[in-house]
Design a protein around this ligand. Structure first.
Ligand SMILES: Nc1ncnc2c1ncn2[C@@H]1O[C@H](COP(=O)(O)OP(=O)(O)OP(=O)(O)O)[C@@H](O)[C@H]1O
Length: 282
């Protein structure tokens, strides 16, 4: 931590390998309290693995991860109490109502019994599901399922909300809906948000800062405007690319990742898992 700034997440030289595959390879990352931080990168860049280390779902074999100052290796339960996590995989049960799904998470996260009903109702209201709360989740649209999963993560009133591809496979209106609810809760509570997304337009619009990740580490970091301006200046200096229009975040991403990366990163497993996730919420 430096000065008065509290770091919600700090990763120092984090590394994680699956056999020979170095999924995360010397990751240095700092997320400030209260910001919406976007972790961007192609399939297989290591985003989900890094997030699993931060959430304590994976051990930290090398390097250090801290959440609000707590070392995830030594203080796992303290870390878990501070965060809400919406994974890529389906975490809602289609055979339960929306309310029952959120109530289950309230129990798991140890929300005091006498507060539970009110907190469940509050979380459902925060994501706009009050009217649908007593319907089976199996009848929900993809956007509603995602908002239900958001309510599940919010019921424990986390200081840090971690979302892995929260809008994948959703139509533009549902995507906007998910972000509006995230932002409303954040404005009301000051919660920090760490999100991975493949949608550059969303990162540009909703993230205070973004990090572009490739091959297990960060290659570029800044506000979306800083990154766009930086590329514009490099293009002007080199006299290359379109110099009359400001680059998009997508342009920055391509510039950082390099044209060869698309072919090299990610494998069949990555593509299959991404598509499966997209399909189940679509
Ligand atoms: N359980 C696993 N077993 C073996 N290899 C894995 C496993 N999970 C991830 N990997 C590999 O680790 C690397 C990083 O994967 P990871 O899922 O962290 O990337 P990602 O950036 O989240 O990708 P996506 O955008 O597709 O979710 C990839 O090469 C992937 O194939």
């Amino acid at each position: 931590m430096t000065g008065d700034t509290v770091e919600a997440v700090s990763c120092t030289q984090l590394a994680y390998a699956f056999g020979e595959t170095r999924a995360v390879d010397g990751l240095d990352l700092s997320v400030r309290e209260g910001e919406v931080f976007g972790l961007l990168g192609p399939n297989g860049a290591g985003k989900t693995t890094a997030i699993r280390c931060i959430t304590t779902l994976l051990p930290v074999p090398s390097g250090m991860v801290r959440v609000f100052g707590h070392d995830t290796a030594r203080d796992r339960m303290a870390v878990r109490r501070l965060l809400g996590y919406v994974p890529q995989q389906l975490s809602a049960d289609s055979g339960l109502t929306g309310r029952e799904n959120v109530a289950l998470f309230a129990r798991v996260f140890d929300v005091a019994r006498r507060e539970r009903a009110a907190r469940v109702a509050q979380a459902l209201a925060a994501v706009g599901l009050t009217d649908a709360a007593d319907r089976l989740a199996g009848t929900y649209s993809g956007g509603m399922v995602r908002r239900l999963e958001l309510a599940q993560a919010l019921v424990s009133a986390p200081r840090l909300l971690i979302l892995d591809e929260p809008t994948i496979g959703l139509d533009p209106i549902a995507r906007t809906g998910v972000w509006e609810h995230i932002n409303a809760v954040r404005a009301a509570t000051g919660m920090t948000v760490l999100v991975t997304t493949h949608y550059m337009d969303e990162a540009d619009q909703y993230c205070d800062r973004v990090a572009l990740m490739a091959r297990g580490r960060i290659h570029s970091l800044g506000t979306p405007a800083e990154l766009r301006q930086g590329l514009g200046e490099r293009r002007r200096a080199a006299g290359t690319g379109a110099t009359d229009t400001l680059p998009t975040l997508e342009d920055v991403f391509r510039d950082v990742a390099g044209s060869g990366l698309d072919d090299q990163s990610g494998d069949f497993r990555d593509v299959r898992s991404t598509r499966r996730t997209a399909k189940r919420v679509g």
